[in-house]
Design a protein around this ligand. Structure first.
Ligand code: TRP
Ligand code: ZN
Ligand code: CA
Length: 434
């Protein structure tokens, strides 16, 4: 029987998931085990929020920019909905350009306070218009996802937090303020920050930020399920609030449907639309409720909810979780390599920079052996290369810097005996995640 059994160190089978290994070509799921399925987000509700933001702009000189009355009115509008839905809201003030700016933070009560999954959007517009795609779209989708959490009375394993940022258009000011005032200990509790800025562009592309691999994969899987191709976001990395979080080491991801860059003919083939700007009204007065592609808004809103549900409700194994394969694998004399596998699941993000790799090989001449750790993507880390001469057995924990590898997936211990006479077997192989 070849099983890898995730268990808590010092306890027996504390984690229920069992993963069968030894399957060639087994695919890795990047998603925590046991995550709940997200509801469909009604795009009509998202559009109603956009219509309300448009009305707020109209009543306040045509914009919702930092320092203008339309911005504070936008904050009050979003806050009232969240308060009514049972959120704990906080309005955070800062000063920029001599005027007061505001961030709105909404916490959904419950979940593990040491593992926060956060989604955010900038709520300010530029002063030239109502900012309905940039960024009413992200703001409204995050708001409607938060309201859907409340409607579902969701009891996530992670703590859920939502944020609406001020003065993004003046240089990510609000989100930088939020991150800067967070104590280091609080920053390190944020396991994921998801950013949504411009997700309803009228001539849309479907762009996913290329950052934390597990977050990226969560979005990509969602779009793959719809049969909608995605591309990596390249229209200016660091041009939105995720940069404030990334700069202090928080794993980030997000979605984007394009700004002033022109859609290529290859992208038109892929997504439809025209070979013109993704958003011809970017930062202009025509960025109003007509400047939205409903299909893009609908898909991306559902993707926001998918990510919150997937990352927020899965059970991440507790620190010290061990993935171990104790099945014996005989190592043939002076022959081809053999492997023992474990399937890692339920870990968000990359493997650690100090990954303990427990190797127990019974063999009568370890100078015959080459031993490698193989990551899920096939990367090879050599652990032992025919040193040790005639010594018996390898029973040792190696420390591998695996920080460039996605944690989830099938990891292998590969052992090859390269000289004749002495033989042995893999007794056990284990990975310990922090
Ligand atoms: N608010 C952003 C800006 O004005 C919009 C934007 C442009 C963007 N390029 C981006 C958002 C790339 C995310 C990713 O700069
Ligand atoms: Zn903008
Ligand atoms: Ca041998």
């Amino acid at each position: 029987m070849k099983l890898s059994v995730p268990r808590r160190a010092g306890a027996v089978a504390a984690v229920a998931a069992l993963a069968v290994t030894g399957l060639t070509g087994a695919t890795a799921s990047a998603e925590p085990s046991g995550a709940l399925a997200a509801p469909d987000i009604p795009v009509a509700n998202v559009k109603q929020h956009l219509a309300d933001l448009q009305s707020i702009a109209a009543a306040n000189g045509g914009n919702r920019a930092h320092g203008r009355t339309g911005y504070k009115a936008s904050i009050d509008f979003v806050k009232a909905k969240l308060d009514a839905a049972g959120y704990t809201t906080t309005v955070q003030q800062f000063t920029y350009n001599g005027t007061t700016g505001y961030n709105l933070i909404a916490d959904w009560p419950g979940g593990n306070p040491d593992q926060v999954v956060m989604a955010g959007s900038h709520l300010d517009s530029v002063s030239s218009g109502a900012g309905i795609n940039d960024n009413g779209s992200g703001s409204a989708a995050v708001l409607e996802t938060a309201l859907a959490v409340s409607r579902a009375n969701l009891q996530p394993t992670k703590h859920l937090r939502f944020g609406w940022w001020g003065a993004e258009e003046l240089g990510l000011v609000g989100s930088k303020h939020y991150v800067n005032q967070l104590p280091t200990a609080e920053r390190s509790k944020i396991s994921a920050y998801l950013n949504f800025d411009m997700i309803g562009s009228p001539n849309p592309g479907y762009f996913v930020y290329d950052d934390d691999p597990a977050i990226e994969q969560t979005f990509k899987s969602y779009f793959a399920g719809l049969g909608v191709p995605t591309e990596i976001e390249t229209e200016g990395d660091g041009r939105s609030d995720h940069a404030s979080f990334k700069n202090v080491g928080i794993p980030v991801g997000g979605l984007f449907t394009g700004a002033s860059r022109v859609k290529t003919s290859a992208q038109v083939q892929k997504w439809g639309g025209t070979a013109t700007a993704f958003d011809r009204c970017y930062h202009s007065s025509c960025d109003n409720t007509s400047n939205i592609n409903d299909t893009a808004l609908d898909r991306n809103s559902d993707a926001v909810a998918h990510a919150i549900w997937t990352l927020g409700t899965g059970s991440t194994p507790p620190p010290g979780t061990v993935f171990e394969n104790t099945a014996d694998v005989s190592v043939p004399d002076n022959s081809t390599a053999v492997t023992s596998s474990v399937t890692v699941s339920g870990i968000t993000g990359n493997a650690p920079s100090s990954l303990p790799v427990g190797v127990n090989i019974v063999h009568t001449y370890i100078g015959d052996l080459v031993v490698d750790l193989i990551a899920p993507d096939g990367s090879v880390y050599n652990l032992h290369n025919r040193s040790g001469g005639s010594a018996d057995n390898i029973n040792q924990t190696y420390t591998v810097n695996a920080s460039s590898e996605v944690a989830n997936g099938v990891w292998k211990l590969r052992v090859q005996d390269k000289a004749s006479i002495d033989t042995g077997y893999i007794n056990s192989f284990k990975l310990t995640f922090p």
